[in-house]
Every structure is written in C-alpha cells, then in structure tokens.
Design a protein around this ligand. Sequence first.
Ligand code: NAD
Length: 317
Amino acid sequence: MKKVLLPEKIVPEAMILLGEKANVVVAEDSSEESILAEIDDTFGIVLRSKAKITRGIMDAAPELRVISRTGVGYDNIDVQAATDHKILVCNLPGINAVSVAEHAMTFILSLAKQISTMDAFVRSDQWEKRSSTEAIDVKGKTLGIIGLGRIGREVMKLAYAFGMSVLVFDPYLSSMKSEVTFSKTVEEIFIQSDFVSIHVPNLPETSRMVGWDLLRLMKPSSFFINTSRGGVVDEKALVRVLSEKRIAGAALDVFENEPITPDHPLTAMKNVVLTPHSAALTRECKVKMAVEAVRQVIDCIEGRIPPHIVNSEQLIV
Ligand code: NAD
C-alpha cells in the first residue's frame, strides 16, 4: 500500500476511509522536521492548515505525487515547487461555503438582536435593562454583499429567506442573473446598506480595500461584518468608526493578525461580536473537508484524476 502522511490528525470518518486504501502515518507534529522524518517514501499528504509543505520537503520526497488540502486556501504549499516536482496540489473550492454563510448570517442576526448584550444582562442580574437597548428586525433591511462568489451567494439566499433586500458589488460578475441587484460602485453599498458583509478573496488588489474612505460613508445605524480575511479591512479605520459611533457595530471572524491578543482595542468594545476564525469549524464541515480531501488522494492512488487540481498543468500521477 502507498504511504499517506498526515501532518495533523483528521476526523475518524476520513481516517477509516484512507486506512482502507493506504498506509496512513500521522507525523509526530506539524513541524518541518517531523514531516521530513517521514517523507522519503510518502506518496500523498492530506494537509490541514498548520503545516507548511516547502520546496525543501518536496526535494526530500521522490515518491510524493499529491498534496491534498482539506480546505480552499493553499498558501501553506509552495505550489511552484510542487509543479516543478510534478506533484499535484488539490483543494476543495466551495466546501465550506454553507458553514461560512451561516456564520455571517448568525453575525447579522446577533448584531440585530444584540445577543451579546442581552446575554450579559441575564448573567449579571440586570434583567430590567432589557428595554434599554434597541434590538431591530432584519426583515426589510438592506444587506450589502461585497463579492458574490460561493459564500456570498449562500449569504444572499439566507438574507432573502429573512425578507432582506440585497445589494451586491462584484465587478467581475456584473452581467449575471437578473434577480441580483448590482451596485455600480462599492461606495453605494456602504451608503445604502443596513448591514455590509464582505466575501472577497485576499489578494493584492483587495488588500485593505475597506478603509476609512468607505467605512465613513456608512449610516450610524448600520453594521459591518467580515468573515473573509482580516487583510481586506483596515482594522485601525474600523476601530475608529466603531469608537466614534459612526456605525452601530461590527462582527468579525477574521483579523489582520491572528490570533488577536486580549489587549486588542476590538475586545473592549461592546458593539462588536468576535469569533476566532471559526466560521468553517462546524462538525459537518470538518467531516466534509477531511473526507473529500482523502477522496482526492485515493483518486490518485487508484489512477484517477481528482476533481479539484490547483496546478492542473501537472496531470501525470
Ligand atoms: P470565491 O472565489 O468563490 O468568491 C469571491 C468573489 O469575490 C468572486 O465572485 C469575485 O468576483 C469577487 N471579488 C474579487 N475581487 C473583488 C473586489 N475587488 N470587489 C468585489 N468583489 C470581488 O470565494 P469564496 O469561497 O466565496 O470565499 C470568499 C472569502 O471567504 C475568501 O476570502 C476566503 O478566504 C474566505 N473564507 C473564510 C473562511 C472562514 O473560516 N472565515 C472560510 C472559507 C473562506
């Protein structure tokens, strides 16, 4: 049986599936040294997010033919080195779209209903304060979506189910579907929306695309939500609009530098909901990600072409 290396453990469902087709070895930890200790006769790697697969590792891996990511991003793999070594890099586009979209919708509802504040009232024996806050209904409110890709589309469906209007900015999709209301400028999204939710990739062109110039256009009653990547938002500008009460609140799953520390200014703000980059960490999603990543390795073991190859010019398995 071919050897498949796991720099980090994966869920039992995926371990069992892989164990039927391969000799599965779990590295001692996800460090380069531990991977190097096992790599020389390894055919495939199932890769979560901690370990980095470098050119040095590939140089030491004459048998390596496939590196299969359990998620969408593959910035922990040197793809150019993989291509040079004729190693397939596989990922799973869209695998976590529903989980992340549900997280974004949960943020929207949590901000609207002031769940954190209300929860704190109950726990601190301040029940009578419940009418001092102004929770709102989302029905009839406008959600601005920036980036209508796999996740953005799922968010749009959820927003429609709650009776919201949706306004979209995605310059790469302007000719799409008639049921989508496109905004010509990103500024219009910030001016008109009650909630703005961003779902763009983290690229040089999107780096800090949401800064003071856009955030200052928002209504004082509006909310900003980011479940994409911390790098697409200028965090200092966001802290400023929140502390100056130019917007009503924000909810963030992702940050410029992760993990954030307890002294980060956002942690002291009551009008902010924070989660630790956990939007895709649902039970269902973890199982799906690991099982589908394993299936792509099994495809390679059995001589089939896996469905999601990043460096598709390398089709020789
Ligand atoms: P996707 O590639 O399917 O969609 C991205 C969309 O953004 C595309 O439609 C593209 O046209 C659009 N876009 C690109 N540049 C734009 C710009 N300047 N302005 C407006 N739109 C622009 O990606 P996806 O799978 O929907 O993922 C979206 C984001 O969510 C990514 O940043 C991804 O890393 C992130 N993500 C976060 C988590 C999490 O755990 N929080 C999990 C998965 C994905």
